[in-house]
Design a protein around this ligand. Structure first.
Ligand code: XMP
Length: 517
């Protein structure tokens, strides 16, 4: 792989993704990595990410610079560029001239292999206080800006390169080209990593791991479980059984989507557990959000364990034990829960609607090295319907936490209809790419007066909660066009009898969360 050394800024994951976009597999590692650990990973190249501080600041992220002695081709970016300059004998100084944001850079000469094919003057994205004022011996200066005499450098003999700006962000005009120049031209790596190669590699690995044993997968209807299940099915066919728990809190058409479209496109052997009555029975009378979540989580585990016991018994009778469980763990979860030095563990994992953690299975996690957009690409390559691959996040407890008040069958019907209208109109308006998700929330214990035809109504309000986000950790409310909002409102109040008012939530996260409960 290409190792991306994370100095704790938010850019390292982005760099790793850009490297993969260039068709080369990348892996994130903490800056505390030792030369021995680097050697064990046998990287084809190293990229040092940006970081939040000056290389001279107290508490600046440390890096064992004897890694440079290993002779592995290296690209330093921003902070990483300065770490490299300082370690190799250049000079890094506080110039007093901070550069932040779009900055004009000029190539020195032809820009070398690194900047080949990019214009002599270009806009780059900067974010730094210190600057490299003298390049180390043997290095050629490849670009400069007004405030930074050495904005890029390179040494073709050692294959060490560096840029002060951030080529991984879209605001740097030729950023991707620079990353590709480094990988393909300077290091000479082919662009051979893509969804097909990932599928082939995973299929081979899963076959070897599983042998002739049986495998269970829990299908939630979400993207990650859909793709990981399809991938395992591609590898081992009917040795896999997928379990889908219908808890009665799904959105309109979701169960059909899984039972019909998903099964048709993959051929997966599916067991649906019809548990709506049980769930609703246990949810009766509950209004507290935490109690709802706990109840739903507990019942989910019970339903899954029952299905699992049945399958284990069946498999035993046939002579092949169930040994493995598929999980759709993604790379950001792995990175975040690994929490290497300098990377804060900020994500609180929502386990509700998840699986019991004491199951006696080995895990198969075929998406462990992948980012979300790569998972979607693989889903498409595996032939999954766009409606599943492009799906927005939906919480495990489902519509249960979008009914403010007690969850009942009637209220679920109302919310399901309103939600389907909002989703259809957002899709029709081409806004799916712009919104992260748009919960529709039923204020079931609130009533408001309305007038319809010649009668007074006394119905319920719903809240539209369209949000834009990168990762759900923070979010902003999406500025939807008024005419789309008007259409959603008209249709919901006309077509869903119990709803006579549609409101819009205009709060960011923080201080509000995305869901209302
Ligand atoms: P909040 O409401 O915390 O939501 O801003 C952040 C993201 O997580 C989803 N979410 C959940 N997902 N179980 C889940 O599987 C849950 O209990 C849960 N609560 C919230 C939410 O839809 C959003 O994408």
């Amino acid at each position: 792989p290409v190792l991306v050394v994370d100095f704790g800024a938010q850019y390292a994951q982005l760099i790793a993704r850009r490297v993969r976009e260039a068709g080369v597999f990348s892996e994130l590692v903490p800056h505390s990595i030792t030369p021995d650990e680097v050697r064990q990973k046998n990287p084809v190249a190293i990229i040092l990410s940006g970081g939040p501080r000056s290389v001279y600041a107290e508490g600046a992220p440390e890096f064992d610079t004897s890694v440079f002695d290993l002779g592995i081709p290296t690209l330093g970016i921003c902070y990483g560029f300065q770490v490299m300059a300082k370690a190799l004998g250049g000079e890094v100084a506080e110039t007093g001239q901070r550069e932040y944001g779009a900055t004009d850079a000029t190539l020195a000469g032809d820009g070398g292999v690194l900047l080949a094919g990019t214009p002599a003057a270009q806009t780059v994205w900067m974010s730094h206080g210190d600057a490299v004022v003298t390049a180390p011996d043997g290095f050629e200066v490849l670009a400069q800006t007004e405030a930074t005499p050495v904005a890029a450098f390179g040494n073709a003999d050692t294959c060490f390169y560096g840029v002060q700006w951030h080529p991984e962000v879209k605001h740097s005009d030729h950023g991707q080209r620079i990353i590709e120049n480094f990988l393909h031209k300077a290091v000479g790596l082919p662009a051979s990593w893509n969804s097909e190669s990932v599928i082939d590699e995973q299929v081979a690995r899963i076959r070897e791991q599983v042998g002739s044993a049986r495998v269970i997968s829990a299908l939630s209807g979400g993207v990650d479980s859909a793709v990981s299940t399809a991938l395992v099915h591609r590898a081992i066919g009917d040795q896999l059984t997928a379990v889908f728990v219908d808890h009665g809190l799904l959105r309109k058409g979701e169960r059909e989507q899984v039972e019909n479209d998903y099964v048709a496109s993959t051929g997966v052997r599916l067991v649906t557990v019809d548990a709506a009555d049980t769930f609703l029975g246990h949810l009766a009378g509950i209004t507290d959000p935490e109690t709802k979540r706990k109840t739903i989580g507990r019942e989910f585990i019970r339903a899954f364990e029952q299905a699992q016991r049945d399958l284990v018994a069946e498999a035993k009778a046939e002579g092949e034990p169930v040994k493995f469980l598929v999980q759709g763990t993604l790379y950001p979860d792995v990175v975040e829960s690994g929490g290497g030095a300098g990377t804060a563990n900020i994500k609180s994992h929502h386990n509700v609607g998840g699986l019991p953690d004491d199951l006696d299975f080995d895990l198969i996690e075929p998406l462990r090295t992948l980012f979300k957009d790569e998972v979607r690409e693989i889903g498409r390559e595996l032939g999954l319907p766009e409606a599943i691959v492009g799906r927005q996040p939906f919480p495990g407890p489902g519509l249960g936490i979008r009914i403010i008040g007690e969850v009942t069958r009637e209220r679920l019907e109302i919310l399901r209809d309103a939600d389907a209208i909002a989703r259809a109109e957002l899709t029709a308006a081409g806004l799916d790419g712009e919104i992260w998700q748009c919960p529709v929330v039923l204020l079931a214990d609130v009533r408001s007066v309305g007038v319809q035809g010649d009668g007074r109504t006394y119905g319920h309000p719903v809240v539209l909660r369209p949000v834009s986000s990168e990762d759900a950790m923070t979010a902003d409310w999406t500025r939807l066009p008024y005419d789309v909002l008007a259409r959603i409102s008209n249709r919901i109040t006309n077509e869903v009898a119990e709803i006579n008012r549609v409101t819009l939530d205009v709060t960011s996260k923080p201080p509000a969360t995305i869901e209302w409960e």
